[in-house]
Design a protein around this ligand. Structure first.
Ligand code: A3P
Length: 333
């Protein structure tokens, strides 16, 4: 079978895709995927077929409200943690942090802060009814800044962004993919995944473009885009939670501070606490994967156990070049 026929067959077999998406895929550059046979270069970033369909529907139909909040992230950079923290901060009047019934004790953060491209717009090519969402609406996304619908970019809504040093992000992604990939996909070797990551062909990558898109916007519009790094959040979580609450226009009061509300949020959303919850030990994210795989080590610098010195040199050089002049830097240990 010729490569073209092979491509057509693999696309045609995907029942969940509309004919329009299938036609579009045929025109896009593609590379081997991490957990799907192929990923496609769509609007300058790499993603899976179902994501392209969901993102297109989102772009065509979503109407932002000024009160909307988005948690935007590079995959495997602390999405779960930031969703939990943002949810806890924004909802602390309705859901007291120390309540035994707090939603974060029985739901995974991805259920409480749904992903645009998997949950909200991920149901085939149907346009979802968003009227059921309470305001302020809180969504999550991995979509690069430049591909968010115009109504978001032009509205006054807020975006909280987190990324992480590329070494840890890479190792976390590689480990995660090998745990959740379908049995039909072979195990992805470290060396192969590393080359794909360095070439930019990883979900929502190139990662450096993803970071720079939100970084530049956070400089232009600091009231609308807050740029965070996993390492900074780990180093001084109290400082960053205060910053986050202020950014979201719900700063902690002195009374809340004296009552230990900030410390209680930190505890509720901590890696150790979340990992041990029943919902995160036994629950699943749709039919895609088990929640337990979202909680691995939660440390800075685990990459030192996996990457060779030549890999470190290569990835450091790529990021130095790509981020040159932007002012964006990372702590790696
Ligand atoms: P490791 O694989 O390095 O352990 P994401 O949520 O974007 O998928 O990112 C996953 C990474 O965040 C994993 O990193 C995971 O262990 C870590 N993580 C998950 N929950 C966390 C939390 N509450 N605090 C800190 N890190 C957390």
């Amino acid at each position: 079978m010729s490569p073209t026929n092979d491509t057509n067959k693999s696309i045609e077999e995907q029942d969940h895709l509309s004919q329009e998406t299938k036609d579009m895929l045929l025109s896009l550059p593609r590379e081997k995927g991490w957990r799907t046979p192929y990923i496609y270069l769509f609007q300058g970033f790499w993603c899976q077929p179902a994501e392209i369909q969901a993102i297109s529907t989102f772009q065509n139909h979503f109407q932002a409200k000024d009160s909307d909040v988005f948690v935007a992230t590079v995959p495997k950079s602390g999405t779960t943690w930031l969703k939990a923290l943002t949810f806890a901060i924004m909802n602390r009047q309705n859901h007291f942090i120390s309540s035994k019934n707090h939603p974060l004790l029985s739901f995974n953060p991805h259920d409480l802060v749904p992903f645009i491209e998997y949950t909200v717009y991920g149901k085939h090519d149907k346009v979802p009814d968003l009227s059921k969402f309470h305001e302020p609406r809180l969504f999550g996304t991995h979509i690069p800044f430049g591909s968010l619908p115009n109504s978001i970019r032009k509205s006054n809504c807020k975006i909280v962004y987190i990324c992480r040093n590329p070494f840890d992000t890479f190792i976390s992604s590689w480990m995660f993919v090998n745990k959740i990939k379908p049995p039909s996909m072979p195990t992805l070797k470290l060396e192969e995944a590393f080359e794909m990551y360095c070439n930019g062909s990883v979900g929502f990558g190139p990662v450096w473009n993803h970071m720079l898109g939100y970084w530049n916007e956070s400089k232009e519009r600091p009231k609308n885009v807050l740029f965070l790094k996993y390492e900074d959040l780990k180093e001084d979580v109290i400082f960053h939670l205060k910053k986050l609450a202020k950014f979201l226009d719900c700063p902690f009061t002195l009374k809340e501070e004296s009552e230990g509300v900030i410390e209680n949020i930190i505890k509720l959303c901590s890696f150790e606490k979340m990992k041990e919850l029943k919902v995160n030990k036994t629950g699943t994210f749709g039919r895609n994967f088990e929640n337990k795989f979202l909680f691995r080590k939660g440390e800075i610098g685990d990459w030192t156990n996996y990457l060779s010195s030549s890999m470190v040199e290569k990835l450091s050089k790529i990021f130095e070049e790509k981020l040159y002049g932007s002012g964006l830097k990372f702590r790696v240990k």
